[in-house]
Write a protein that binds this ligand. Sequence first.
Ligand SMILES: Cc1cc2nc3c(=O)[nH]c(=O)nc-3n(C[C@H](O)[C@H](O)[C@H](O)COP(=O)(O)OP(=O)(O)OC[C@H]3O[C@@H](n4cnc5c(N)ncnc54)[C@H](O)[C@@H]3O)c2cc1C
Length: 578
Amino acid sequence: MTLTLLTAGGCSKTSSKSISFKPGTYTSTQQGLAGNFDVAVTFSDHAIDSINVGANNETKMVGSEALRILPDRIIKNQSLNVDVVSGATTTSNAVIAGVKDCVEQAQGNLDALSSVPLTTAIYENYANLPREADVIVVGGGLAGITAAISAKQNGSNVILLEEKEYLGGNSALSTGVTLLGGGTSIQKAAGIQDDPDSFNKWILENSDNQKDPVQTGWIAYHSQELIDWFAKMGVNFDKKVNVTDESPVNRAHNITPNMATAITSLRDYMESIGVDVRYSTKAESIITNAAGEVTGVNATNFSGDPVKYTGKKIILATGGFGENIDMVAKNWGAEYGTLVYGGAKGMDGALLNNAVALGAATVDMDKPHIDATLEISRGITITTNLLRDCGGVLIRQSTGQRFTDEQASHSEVAAAKMRELGDQYYYEIFDNNAFTTTTATTTKAKSYINMGIATKYDSIDQMAIGLGVDANALKQTLEEFNSEVRGETKDRFGRQGFYKELAAPYYVMKVSNGVACTIGGLKTNEKMQVVNTNGKPIPNLYAIGEITGGYLVHYVAGDSLARSAISGMLLGIELKAN
Ligand SMILES: Cc1cc2nc3c(=O)[nH]c(=O)nc-3n(C[C@H](O)[C@H](O)[C@H](O)COP(=O)(O)OP(=O)(O)OC[C@H]3O[C@@H](n4cnc5c(N)ncnc54)[C@H](O)[C@@H]3O)c2cc1C
């Protein structure tokens, strides 16, 4: 028997299965990545009419995207034959399990629903859309989005290819220390005296002149331009400018309320001005013509079919290679081959390797960059801002003692010390200071609690029992730390940055070494063109963001987002001139 099903949008769909339900609304509570949420499904006699997901704390621009995409897909297809949304597995599984539970409550036939093929297709309209543009941007993180917007604003038509079903990459997961700059209007309003030349001088010297001066110049002399440009697109910064690793002047401008919200605003703006975004489209390789000019990319679409996108200029913005741990070990040394990656899915370095195969040069590939604060049960990189801006500390699991200056060199010193000491894991302790520093830090700290990875303890004794460390040792560690904060004793590890006394309640996470951001990548020139090993530009090939090298060495908080955003903005302008 053939049954006509009504979709939520009112258009009819035909299924070959007879599926019926006991009409009504049913609810199922499911465990997501950051706590429980309700899935409420309304059925009529022969259709799933609506799916509503209740209040939740799922990660913005990751889990939140599964909550947006999956209910719509299930309803449009009247099918439970749906896959998880890539990169958001836990949340996706919770939604699917919730709908299945409701189907059972409504006495529907789960097997039948699970075998309905996805006939409405997902992104089927792409087949009728152009695959050629002035500019093809590959990768929809901060670098790709800013480049696409700027190129469009400067007169190019633009297609942006993103392998996932949502934008943001690692940019959306970051805390949002997004702009380093000197002499900005925000610093001025906060009473901070600074100027672009001083900033440029400091950032170069701080890196022992290892950062590419062309790239430091982009950031030093265009940060105000970025602030003004972002404001027009609804992206704003905190009034407070924070300390930045070793900087003598407060220079860390924080996106508010957080990066995921900023990415949503930029995405909406980008789509409103007509940038053509193709989701679930993974670029596989770069296409060149007989003259060696880059003309496009070979990609794979949602159904796994090959598609070609061609353009006059191709911009690679596919992020770092941290997820490809073999590549990490090959470039940094075999001893790094056991590091856990704590960032977004899909950062496999494939396009970087492909460009190298075409003759592209690389820079800083052998320079490791490891984090001290990878949460070990979930593999999530914990923001270093909890140590730097919120006064958190790290202790050894074996002794309950501190072992390092937690803040030094963006926690790289701590990471190296951890490797040397060799404890299986370490504890990161923070307190209520985390909720009063910046909006972004507050959001992050709360999300760690919601995810169940930060455990609250009301006293040192309780914490000692929970962590399995000696209570006297832990008391001594915290008493010593607090007396150092009060200036009664000197910090024996030389910690200098912001810190306040730690007080109950305490929040604790199990952490170890991990990789979140890679600092080496393609070599580019002042026009952001990818150059070959002879220093000559590869015609029509550009690269920006974490796929490029030259700047992130001697990493300072905010380095990467600042470079991604500013280089994206400048590249759009640059392409107009060409
Ligand atoms: C937890 C965490 C916190 C961080 N906090 C900060 C911070 O506070 N400040 C800071 O400056 N930096 C921070 N970083 C680093 C920073 O987020 C990244 O270095 C930066 O966002 C890189 O931007 P991007 O646009 O180059 O790449 P991404 O934002 O990673 O975007 C790359 C995009 O390309 C897509 N893609 C990849 N391959 C393909 C392909 N073949 N085809 C199509 N699409 C593809 C990806 O899906 C992704 O959407 C943090 C990183 C992590 C993991």
